[in-house]
Design a binder for this molecule. Structure first.
Ligand code: HEM
Length: 400
């Protein structure tokens, strides 16, 4: 069957889409459950616009993650075998996931909260010192180092590795291929060194858990897979810094919501979920590829076609959320009631840690800095021109 004529077509880099993906994809969602996403130099991609369809697609084995799912021109050759080992599906993914996910449970994430608090407090001390000279950039000076410091320490790297890992994490998520290429040898070496050190001195951390797993059954996990799980997880955790920057802007521009949040030493129970739903990072999710022809609402997606969940429209789908365009931190939302952490077998491994991190960072920031304010008009905040993610270039604020 040919592409149905009622499927809207959108250019991924259309300035209207880049400027306000929520409105443009929202209009497409109300027109049709599928859109055709076009961009020069790549094959058209099917976009699922509605929440229930996105969840069904992400849970459907006929739409698979493959090596192609990591379409990034900035990735150097030496990193490719590691990413190929991680971008797998089916039995292989299940094996890796069953080895790695137990290190990221809710209980382990909550137990790490005191360390997250200490890291936030020390970064806020640094911010206060820097703010004596004028506005500070909360992305470069707070959310980015926070993201790297917490994840790297959680995994089991020594605190003395903090500074180099901040630089590695920045290089891997900058989207600049030269930065990635310059960092990758040091990333691989630091990972191998940490594994060697943990073999000598095992502890209760994710790196040691991998080593124990491999020792119990050497067939279950190769050395390359072990290294990939560790450093690719650092790279995969980079949504934290951008999500937090988005959340801070959302709260500074919706002060009634901010007041609702700050009643105690934790955020309102659903606040992080709602902030991820409303101002999350992904505009569209990582692609899957149809393994056979699949009929979706009368349209046949051909085997080999790329499909994505459009987070920007699904997370604001009025079929799933009342007053979906409104930020409401008291909204009764279930943990996976939105698409912010994905859905199905590839749902974010670090979602519990991310919740804990977000909760601590937002509470501490707004409680310790009650006069925090944007240093520019919200309309002047600059966003990266990226069709896949909704993220800021910088977040200039004043603290006092
Ligand atoms: C607010 C913060 C975060 C957001 C919004 C986020 C979002 C996501 C999403 C949407 C996916 C699904 C990708 C897909 O379907 O292909 C994902 C996967 C993943 N995330 Fe996160 N993430 C966050 C934080 C973290 C953290 C803190 C870690 C680890 C410390 C992490 C590690 C991973 C890994 C390893 C995967 C791959 C899972 C798999 O393929 O089985 N993420 N994340």
């Amino acid at each position: 069957m040919s592409v149905a004529t009622n499927v809207p077509r959108l250019l991924l880099v259309d300035p209207r889409v880049l400027a306000d993906p929520f409105t443009v994809y929202g209009q497409a969602r109300e027109e049709a459950p599928l859109v055709r996403l076009l961009a020069p130099g790549i094959r058209p991609i099917w976009g699922f616009t509605r929440l229930a369809d996105c969840k069904a697609m992400l849970a459907d084995r006929r739409f698979a993650v493959t090596e192609e799912s990591e379409i990034r021109p900035d990735i150097p050759d030496v990193a490719q075998p590691y990413l190929a080992a991680m971008h797998v599906d089916g039995e292989r993914h299940h094996r890796l996931r069953s080895i790695w996910a137990p290190a990221f449970t809710a209980a382990r994430s909550v137990a790490f909260r005191p360390r997250v608090e200490a890291i936030v407090d020390s970064l806020i001390d640094d911010l206060e010192a820097a703010a004596a000279d004028g506005p500070v950039d909360l992305l470069a000076d707070f959310t980015e180092p926070f993201n790297a410091d917490v994840v790297v320490e959680f995994l089991g790297f020594p605190v003395s590795d903090r500074q180099p890992w901040r630089e590695h994490a920045h290089a891997m998520s900058s989207g600049v291929s030269d930065d990635y290429a310059r960092a990758i040898d040091a990333v691989l070496q630091a990972t191998k060194d940490a594994i060697a050190q943990h073999r000598e001195h095992p502890a209760d951390d994710p790196i040691s858990m991998l080593i124990r797993d491999q020792a119990d059954d050497p067939q279950r996990l190769s050395d390359l897979e072990m290294e990939a799980l560790i450093w690719v997880t650092v790279a995969a955790s980079s949504p934290v810094k951008h999500f937090l920057a988005n959340a801070i802007v959302a709260l500074l521009t919706n002060v009634d919501q901010l007041e609702l949040l700050l009643a105690g030493d934790r955020l309102a129970p659903n606040a992080v979920e709602e902030l991820i739903r409303w101002s999350g990072l992904n505009v569209i999710g990582n692609p899957r590829y149809a393994t056979e022809n699949v009929d979706v609402h009368g349209v046949v997606i051909q085997a080999g076609d790329a499909v994505v969940a459009v987070h920007a429209s699904a997370n604001r789908d009025p079929r799933a959320f009342d007053h979906a365009d409104r930020l409401d931190v008291t909204r009764p939302l279930k943990p996976m009631g939105h698409l912010g952490f994905g859905y199905g077998p590839h749902v974010c491994t670090g979602n519990w840690l991310a919740r804990e991190m977000s909760d601590v960072a937002l509470v501490r920031l707004f409680q310790r800095l009650p006069r925090l304010a944007l240093a520019v008009d919200p309309a002047e905040l600059r966003r990266v021109r990226d069709p896949g993610t909704w993220r800021l270039e910088s977040l200039p604020v004043t603290l006092h």
